[in-house]
Design a protein around this ligand. Structure first.
Ligand code: RET
Length: 249
């Protein structure tokens, strides 16, 4: 049944995938859009199928991982089209995608902790508000609604607030209280992805919008595509590994 639904979804895709003309062999940014699109689809199938393998308390976490890569897959079909047709940065699609997937990614911290210990919903709200502030100001900066520098500063503050919450705030307290090895390992790896993997985005933004004579649209999109690969697919794989190891012990 699950597989049938997946296949139906994949069969509905070519109509959209076909828009956006042909991929030029020299267009390495277009190729990176293409590669990440394929990887996101494969990851989505993987997370939903592997859901059967893990203990019931982990299933929601794998579902969310599959939703994140699935939503991103959908947006990548369109982003690639915009890039190939216009050579411009698909900022609107990019931020709609982030606005949906980033809250889903950070709810994973709450979910993996909740699978093994008592954790207050306020952990989720803090991370949620932080991520929305970060993205709304990032969008205003990139789309020119607000000047790039102040938007960047506010976005950075929100991201640092999230890191603080995970590193030494409410999140860290719940992790320490859980006493669960698989969850603690997953938590720490996920936290490092939020710190190191997520840093790629503001680096891209800063090189694209803050430096005089900064990088062009090609480099910016290449950086963002690489970042999405790490922060959506790898992030899900970390959760999957913790889920399998905890379910089998
Ligand atoms: C799947 C998409 C993800 C994980 C997107 C994450 C995006 C960010 C971490 C963006 C961060 C930014 C700042 C920290 C400062 C302002 C500019 C942003 C929005 C690029």
């Amino acid at each position: 049944m699950k597989l049938l639904m997946l296949m139906a979804g994949v069969m509905a895709v070519p109509t959209f995938a076909a828009s956006g003309g042909d991929l030029n062999a020299n267009d390495y940014v277009g190729v990176s859009f293409w590669l990440v699109t394929a990887a996101l689809l494969a990851a989505t199938a993987f997370f939903f199928i592997e859901r059967d393998r893990v203990h019931s308390k982990w299933k929601t976490s794998l579902t969310i991982s599959g939703l994140v890569t699935g939503i991103a897959f959908w947006h990548y079909l369109y982003m690639r089209g915009v890039w190939i047709d216009t050579g411009e940065t698909p900022t609107v699609y990019r931020y709609i995608d982030w606005l949906l997937t980033v809250p889903l990614l950070i709810i994973e911290f709450y979910l993996i902790l909740k699978a093994v210990t008592n954790v207050a919903a306020s952990l989720f709200y803090k991370l949620f508000v932080g991520s929305i502030v970060m993205l709304v100001f990032g969008y205003m900066g990139e789309s020119g609604i607000m000047s790039a520098m102040p938007a960047f500063v506010i976005g950075m503050a929100a991201w640092l607030y999230m890191i603080h919450t995970l590193w030494m705030g409410e999140g860290a307290e719940a992790r320490n209280a859980s006493g669960n090895a698989a969850v603690s390992t997953a938590y720490n790896t996920m936290m490092w992805i939020i710190i190191v993997g997520w840093a790629i985005y503001p680096l891209g933004y800063a090189s694209g919008y803050l430096m005089t004579g900064g990088i062009d649209a090609s480099s910016l999109n290449l950086i963002y595509n690489l970042a999405d690969f790490v922060n959506k697919i790898l992030f899900g794989v970390v959760i999957w590994a913790a889920a399998v190891s905890d379910s089998e012990s």
